[in-house]
Write a protein that binds this ligand. Structure first.
Ligand SMILES: Nc1ncnc2c1ncn2[C@@H]1O[C@H](COP(=O)(O)OP(=O)(O)OP(=O)(O)O)[C@@H](O)[C@H]1O
Ligand SMILES: [Mg+2]
Length: 373
């Protein structure tokens, strides 16, 4: 999906939502967020429980009115419009299907209420059931379907209205892992086929990474970073994002000097780490945190690779995971780093190292992120 070629589908401008708590205090559920989501994008809102994801989605749908700020859909301010006058449909985690109705009738329900002609309803229901691959289950009732199939009915019921934007609030949350993964692929296929904008809420970072064109990471009502999955993972802007997405080592340090490309950072161990600053040059004496993914750290016992950061340490703990092994390595000054290495016997890793052994850890200067918040 090329953003340059597509128009904004949803724009959130200074969007705020306050709730008044029973004791009279104000709870800031959404704190002035600004987002532009493009036509055809698979866009995810990712963040921990209570960070404001559902509230944001409900405001886009019109199920909740903003305290202030505005919502623009395809260039039109819809902030004051009721839900049924917005080109948007929602799929919730609890699908709320009508148990006494067949799949077809569940899907057709909204169209019947809007008095769409019978022939057209039949055609649209056929089309959408084919899209979600339920064409042969049309006469069943929800109770006769698996969890994944029920979720497809909920999806069909939203898609049959031809929304321009589909909002999905943890739609796969009730499914077990295998089924969830299968449905993730299904959802991607369906989104590609219908070509509409999906705004997808999840607190599952892996789900967001695998499915999304872009992700907004939220915490406590704020949007912290909006990026493509690769950039979020490789270049987290804050400690929170680095921590929430994947696993990360955080090493505290102080900038001592800067070269053209490299910042020199004195670690708690007394050693100096080298990290590419990507033009974000911080003055000497700035306190920083280096964030380094465990899989970017090499643990070895032989000849170290030729990279900028090589530190000697002692193995404190080894955890074997089948595909990978974790090594907790202590550097001088009781600084701990965790490295994750794939279990294969091609490279000269520390595969035969034991707890208590001397090893070195190594990483490239561009594999650490320099964080100040
Ligand atoms: N109707 C309401 N009245 C009062 N407070 C509310 C209401 N709805 C949500 N909140 C509060 O607003 C904050 C954000 O809630 P929200 O449901 O948007 O979080 P979320 O990110 O969707 O979390 P989860 O991942 O658990 O679904 C929470 O502190 C929540 O308790
Ligand atoms: Mg929620």
């Amino acid at each position: 999906m090329s953003q340059a070629a597509s128009e904004p589908a949803v724009e959130l401008r200074d969007l705020v939502k306050h709730y008044v708590e029973p004791n009279g205090e104000t709870l800031v559920a959404v704190n002035r967020i600004n987002l532009t989501i493009y036509d055809g994008e698979f866009f995810s809102l990712l963040g921990p429980s209570g960070c404001g994801k559902t509230t944001t989605l409900r405001m886009i749908a019109g199920l909740e009115l903003p305290t202030s700020g505005s919502i623009v859909l395809y260039g039109e301010d819809v902030s004051e419009r009721p839900p049924y006058r917005r080109p948007v449909n929602t799929v919730f985690q609890r699908y709320a299907l009508f148990p006494h109705m067949t799949v077809r009738d569940n899907v057709a329900f909204g169209l019947k209420m809007r008095k769409v002609a019978k022939d057209e309803i039949a055609q649209r229901v056929d089309d959408v059931l084919r899209l979600v691959r339920l064409e042969r289950q049309g006469e069943r009732r929800p109770g006769q379907l698996s969890g994944g199939q029920q979720q497809r009915v909920a999806l069909a019921r939203a898609l049959v209205n031809n929304p321009e934007v589909l909002l999905l609030d943890e739609p796969l949350g009730a499914l077990d892992l295998k089924l969830r993964q299968a449905m993730q692929e299904e959802l991607k296929r369906i989104q590609r086929e219908v070509g509409i904008t999906f705004i997808y809420v999840t607190h599952d970072q892996e789900e967001a990474l695998t499915m999304s064109d872009r992700i907004a990471v939220m915490n406590e009502g704020n949007v912290l970073q909006v990026d493509k999955p690769y950039d979020l993972y490789e270049e987290p802007a804050t400690r929170f994002v680095a921590d929430f997405i994947g696993e990360t080592n955080f090493l505290n340090g102080v900038v001592t000097e800067n070269d053209d490309e490299i910042s020199h950072v004195r670690l708690g161990s007394g050693q100096t780490a080298h990290v590419t600053h990507e033009g974000k040059v911080l003055p000497p004496q700035t306190h920083v945190t280096l964030a380094i993914r465990p899989e970017k750290i090499f643990v070895g016992t032989g000849e170290p690779p030729k990279v900028r950061n090589v530190f000697e340490g002692t193995v404190k703990n080894i955890v074997y995971l089948g595909t990978d092994t974790y090594y907790d390595v202590e550097l001088p000054g009781a600084v701990m780093v965790t490295a994750r290495q794939q279990n294969e016997d091609y490279t000269g890793t520390a595969a035969s190292a034991a707890v208590g052994d001397a090893v070195y850890v190594a990483w490239r200067a561009h594999n650490a992120s320099l964080l100040t918040e």
